[in-house]
Design a protein. Structure first.
Length: 287
């Protein structure tokens, strides 16, 4: 009996050990939204990912020769580029009289094709210029049109096994999709596995949103941006506390990355302290 009791205890302790390791590995990896030119600097600071501009490297407006040259550079990087922001140019409107579905879907198709070639899985959908309400546009009708075109864009993304991840922007940047609650409702109505959400903690803090709003968005969250509320600076500049948001993300079983999208006065001096500061707060929440 003692032998079996010992064996049972061993199995229990082993399970707890594996569970502990799994919890540690669940800490989201960190990256920075910036040019791939900063690869060596940010890698040395501890970051694992860079998020580039879709308009810079994936847009159909980028010549094939430039795309191939940039792709070769990305493939030699120490860090990974698996996400891009700056999805749609302001010249392409997504709803209203100015919207041209053929142009929209043609642009998305070309961009997603390049994203697949480059190994970039997630395209962040902020793009306020494309989705702001213009004078005289009805919010209710505009939302219906935005949901309809988003569903069609998601079908294009599905064709290339890519994901569009809509994010909310604060009211100083966007007069329409300016809260996590709103974009969560859009994602629910689009109801497509290739249309998900980016939670941007800077925009949430600017709008005074409750961290608990992350829980409702949880099933759709695939990506995260972060910066301090004060001056949109790098984490650690003003020692702002992100832990309530991280706790909500953990409760929502968030599995994605956390990417710093901030201004830098001196990236070379600020990036390592930013990495350390975020890592400490994440370790407190995920320990």
């Amino acid at each position: 009996m003692k032998k079996y009791a010992f064996l049972l205890l061993f199995i229990l302790l082993q399970g707890l050990y594996l569970q502990s390791n799994a919890q540690k590995s669940a800490i989201p990896p960190l990256g920075v939204c910036t040019s791939f030119e900063n690869d060596s600097l940010l890698h040395a600071a501890g970051f694992a990912y860079i998020e580039e501009s879709a308009r810079k490297i994936l847009s159909p407006a980028v010549p094939d020769s430039t795309f191939e040259r940039q792709l070769a550079r990305i493939r030699k990087m120490k860090m990974k580029v698996e996400t891009c922001n700056l999805f749609m140019p302001a010249t392409i409107r997504l709803f209203g009289k100015e919207a041209d579905e053929k142009v929209i879907l043609g642009y998305v198709d070309s961009l997603m094709q390049r994203a697949k070639i480059a190994g970039i899985k997630i395209i962040v959908f902020g793009s306020a210029g494309s989705r702001k309400l213009l004078d005289g546009q009805d919010p209710v009708q505009s939302k219906k049109e935005l949901i309809a075109i988003s569903r069609k864009m998601a079908e294009v993304a599905k064709k290339y096994d890519r994901i569009i991840a809509m994010e909310s922007l604060n009211t100083s940047e966007d007069n329409f999709m300016n809260s996590l609650k709103i974009v969560t409702d859009v994602a629910q109505q689009v109801n497509h596995p290739n249309f998900r959400l980016t939670v941007d903690l800077y925009h949430m803090m600017k709008e005074g949103e409750d961290p608990k709003d992350i829980l409702k968005a949880g099933p759709y969250l695939v990506h995260c941006h972060i910066a301090e509320k004060e001056g949109r600076r790098a984490p650690g500049t003003n020692k702002e506390d992100f832990k309530p948001y991280f706790a909500a993300m953990r409760q929502a079983n968030y599995k994605g990355r956390i990417m710093i999208e901030s201004g830098w006065k001196n990236m070379a001096e600020e990036c390592k302290p930013a990495f350390t500061f975020l890592s400490e707060q994440l370790n407190e929440v995920y320990k």
